[in-house]
Design a protein around this ligand. Structure first.
Ligand code: OAD
Length: 234
C-alpha cells in the first residue's frame, strides 16, 4: 500500500508564481486593510471594494502559472497517496496536476449568493464557477441575492476544517509549505498528525511552532521541494 503524504500549503508555495504573500514585507496586508477587503464586516460595510479586491486577484490568476513546487507536489502522486490541503484561493495546485485538493479558505474562481441577514451558511450546490470573470455589485445569484466571492472571510467559520483534520490525522508524512502558521484553525492542523508521523516544513523564514517531529527545510518552495524529495529517496 502506498504511504500517505498530506501537504498543507500557504501563500509561500505560490510566491514563485508571482503572487505576493500576505504577511511578508511588501505583502498584501501591507497594501490593503485586511478588515476592509477580507472580513465579514468589511463585506457588509463596502461589498464593492471587496469584489474589486478579488476581481483583481482573479485577473492575476488567469495569467499565472504553477511553479516547480506545485509541479513537484503533484508529482508525489506517482509514488504516494497524496492529499493537498491549501489555504490558497488560487488554482495552481490543480493546474499543476494535483488531483485531491481541499481549499480551506475558498476559491477565487467561484462565487456564491451572499448570506441572508441571519443565515451565514451556504449550500455546496449554490456555488458557481465563474472562471476568471469579474463580479460586480448587482450581479445576482439564481436566488436573487448578490453574488459574493467563495472565500472564507475573517470572522467566518472554516467549513472544510473537519475534513482537513481527518486527512492530517491519517498522514504517514505531513509536509507544510510556505505558511506563516498565524491563521487558525489552519495553523493548528499539524497537531493532528499521528504521533509517529514526521513533519517537514519548507519555508525560508523561522518556524513559529515547536514540535520534536518537525524538520525545517529552510528554503523557498521550489528548492525546498527538491530537498524534501531527496529526503524521501534517501
Ligand atoms: P503568509 O503571508 O502569512 O505567510 C507566507 C509564508 O510563506 C511565510 O512564512 C513566508 O516566510 C513564506 N514564504 C515566502 N516566500 C516563500 C517562498 N518562495 N517559498 C516558500 N515559502 C515562502 O501566508 P499564509 O500563511 O498562507 O487567508 O496566510 C494564511 C492566510 O492568511 C491566508 O490563507 C489568507 C491570509 O489572510 C484569508 O484571506 C482567509
Amino acid at each position: 500500500m502506498k504511504k500517505r503524504i498530506v501537504v498543507l500549503t500557504g501563500a509561500g508555495v505560490s510566491a514563485e508564481s508571482g503572487f505576493a504573500t500576505f504577511r511578508d514585507t511588501g505583502g498584501l496586508w501591507e497594501q490593503y486593510d485586511v478588515q476592509e477587503v477580507a472580513s465579514h464586516d468589511g463585506w457588509l460595510r463596502n461589498p464593492g471594494l471587496v469584489l474589486d479586491f478579488y476581481n483583481a486577484r482573479r485577473a492575476q490568476l488567469k495569467d499565472a502559472k504553477p511553479n516547480a513546487a506545485h509541479l513537484a507536489i503533484a508529482g508525489l502522486e506517482k509514488d504516494y497517496d497524496v492529499d493537498v490541503i491549501t489555504q490558497n484561493v488560487d488554482n495552481l495546485h490543480e493546474r499543476a496536476g494535483s488531483t485531491r485538493v481541499l481549499h480551506l479558505h475558498g476559491e477565487l474562481t467561484k462565487v456564491r449568493p451572499e448570506w441572508g441577514l441571519y443565515d451565514k451558511t451556504f449550500q455546496e450546490d449554490e456555488v458557481i464557477d465563474i472562471g476568471y470573470s469579474e463580479v460586480k455589485l448587482g450581479d445576482l445569484a439564481p436566488n436573487g441575492k448578490q453574488l459574493r466571492p467563495h472565500i472564507v472571510f475573517f470572522g467566518e467559520s472554516v467549513p472544510a476544517i473537519e475534513k482537513a483534520i481527518d486527512m492530517v490525522s491519517r498522514a504517514d508524512i505531513l509536509l507544510i509549505v510556505g505558511t506563516s502558521l498565524q491563521v487558525y484553525p489552519a495553523a493548528g492542523l499539524y497537531r493532528y498528525a499521528p504521533p509517529g508521523a514526521p513533519i517537514y516544513i519548507i519555508d525560508p523564514a523561522d518556524v513559529p511552532v515547536y514540535d520534536k517531529r518537525i524538520t525545517h527545510i529552510r528554503a523557498v518552495a521550489t528548492k525546498g521541494m527538491e530537498e524534501f524529495i531527496a529526503t524521501l529517496q534517501a
